[in-house]
Design a protein around this ligand. Sequence first.
Ligand code: GTP
Length: 606
Amino acid sequence: FSCDLIRNFSIIAHIDHGKSTLADRLLELTGTIKKKEVGKNEQVLDKLKVERERGITVKAQTASMMHTSGGKQHVLNLIDTPGHVDFAWEVSRSLAACQGALLLVDASQGVQAQTISVFHIAQERGLKIIPVLNKIDLPAAQPERIAAQMEATFGTDPADIIRISAKTGRGVDEVLRAIIDRIPPPSGVPTKPLKAFLFDSQYDRYRGVISLVSIQDGILKKGDRIASCYTKKKYEIAEIGIMNPEENPVNGLYPGQVGYIACNMKESSEAHIGDTLYRVGAAVDPMPGFKPAKAMVYAGIFPIDTSDFPKLEESIKRLALTDRSVTVQRESSTALGQGCRLGFLGTLHMDVFRQRLEDEHDANIIITAPTVPYKIVYKDREVFVSNPTEFPDAIDVASKVKEIQEPVVKASIIAPEEYFGEMMDLCFSHRAEELDHRYLDAGTGTSSRIMLNCVMPLSEIVTGFFDQLKSRSSGFASFDYEEAGYKASDLAKMVFLLNGKPVDALALIVHRSNEDKIGKIWVKKLVKVIPRQMFEVPIQAAVGKKIISRETLSAYRADVTAGLYGGDVSRKMKQLENQKEGKKKMKRMGTVDMPQEAFFDIMSSR
Ligand code: GTP
């Protein structure tokens, strides 16, 4: 065994630039998987159904390949990274097990917001970066121009850039050579005490937690007794192997190798990402770990039929076992009954979780508007609030609260220069500050790309920002952000009153500069979805004692019963309609009957 024959690498790229396609080609070229029939484009490393449906990678997957070069058999460990801003934390975690990275850029799209952020993560970790231009088969590809852009943005020597088509396979053999020639081997010592770095884990119903580890020093074998630096708990290795790409048992893992272990860990919380494992009796200094992922977006999830709560809670817990970055708490609402309040890394993460709940657990749910964690600074303490119902009301704010702070992010947008005005507008209308911009490739003759940087409240980007960015740039703008702490802000709780009674599940946190606009929009939406009653119902938006907006729902007449929720034929609504009539429940809100469907309508349009 020799460390010199191992290469640990990742592919890093902006979403859709072809990571999974290149990974498949590398697995095929090394004979790890069979070449697929032409036309079949299902990626091997993407395993979740939602990933396939959305064409994105959510959970990082790892695969080992054997490749003979110069008469020697090398082990190439590919550590796949997810491709979305919400999962930047997973990218950083995967890169900790690598010595090199392929920086993949679409030759027709050029450098995008996330290309820059992943480049910085890789550079900070001191990885050898191999620049690769993909999709050179496309008629719209401009390899020369994009190479110049990479030189201007990253200081890349254009001579180092490998030009490929992951789709046709052209140039992929050169990538394989570069992995072996340019990426340094890991530097572990087999005779030193065992030091294994835990960088990912999955939950398996039968075997418990399966952890992915990278061996820094020493040798890890089946039957070995190990301990965790973090929890001090002890385990025995029941199973050990490599992923190529399916689990493949081996006798032992050597320094520099990446593989999986099963050691009868019952709870996924025992597998602490960033932990160092050592042999019982031979303690080592832990490696610098990771900050745990922080939930930045919270939402309540409620069953449509309140009697389904026990089943829903069970499903949520089961799903959360496979996704450690989700936090779960119970929540109850007078309007929606018993539910759970979940914390997510971002809104895509939330959508993915919701979709898995629906697809894999057949759950019928209502999900409330996403909220970010606000910091309420009292005279003597600070409290984080991620549920509008817990937000102090106007009177408390005036008398007891020193300051309210909200999380902000450093955002960057890259777009062709003709969209610059639109992008500036978009940022300003989302309370952006500290705007600045620079050209990525000035002087190339063709339309240039501009990078716009600003500081923005996180709450402004969790609802619909991404869709607006795409539609106002005809799909050409890309976007990325990183957390940038908290900032004082003039925020207030807005409540909605039906017939004078507040409805807890509808409460929102708003910036005072927007309260009139938001109040009007929501009152108008509520008028549309709430069925008429036997009497007139005032619908109001209020901040503190101040009524911001008001509409009146006129009294019921016999001919307006039907078709209240026509128009929206989302999958969910169809499911709802298919439910038995008797299952439909009316929620009595004060004196107003409100069907769960009306909640669903209002929540899904937020
Ligand atoms: P995420 O996992 O979502 O980050 O995407 P990805 O970077 O893994 O991209 P993926 O491999 O899914 O490719 C995105 C799209 O580009 C797919 O439709 C691929 O078929 C296509 N694609 C990938 N490589 C090439 C290429 O070399 N040429 C062409 N024409 N299309 C490609």
